[in-house]
Ligand binder design. Sequence first.
Ligand code: HEC
Length: 205
Amino acid sequence: MTAKVLSLVTAAIVLVPIAGASAATSVTAPKKVTVTMTDAKIHLSLISAPIGSVTFTVTNTGKLSHNFTINSKKTATIAPKKKAVLTVKFTAAKSYTYKSTLPVGKTKGLTGIFKVTKPAVVSTPIGNVTTGKSLFASNGCGGCHTLKSSGATGTVGPNLDNEQPSYTLVIERVTSGKRVMPSYSGSLSKAQIQDLAAYVSTATK
Ligand code: HEC
């Protein structure tokens, strides 16, 4: 791969979070964690979650009463065979200790670490899908590739409906080519290649 291609690919990766920023902030549906407490152990169905609200549904299957405490929030005392729900808002990416503070003096082992991570970045490909579709038709891609969405039935290269190449792979192949696959870096702009990548990676899904 040439330095030019590398920088193209890197640019795409760096730009993606910006394009996806609004989408990322809307992905904040509260996480649900099922907590099972015995007298010896606390078991969590998930041991980490992204920053945001987490709802812990706590069931006490032990013989003693317990509570579930994390990030200064605490359920009421949960009697054996009872349940409690605790919703906690985490605002920092770090490790939080959870524990039962009951029964007093017997809490050894009834503790653990819940990890809160930075929010997952939703990647939205950059590029105009409609422009990409016409570029696919006008650049002879269909002469070699099958892609149902464009009516292309070429058989020289891989069938794109079957391969479902990722956005990054389309950028890479169209920019630098590979064996029979020609490089388009001389004839198409970076933006046009992004349009093609946006089109191909979404048309095959
Ligand atoms: C002359 C025939 C030909 C043309 C024209 C052509 N390709 Fe290809 N393409 C190939 C071949 C052959 C491969 C397989 C390369 C390899 O891995 O050896 C390929 C690979 C690819 C891949 C990677 C597929 C995978 O899953 O590995 C993508 C994506 C792709 N081409 C997109 C395009 C696009 C978009 C165009 C138009 C801008 C285009 N190709 C034009 C022949 C062609």
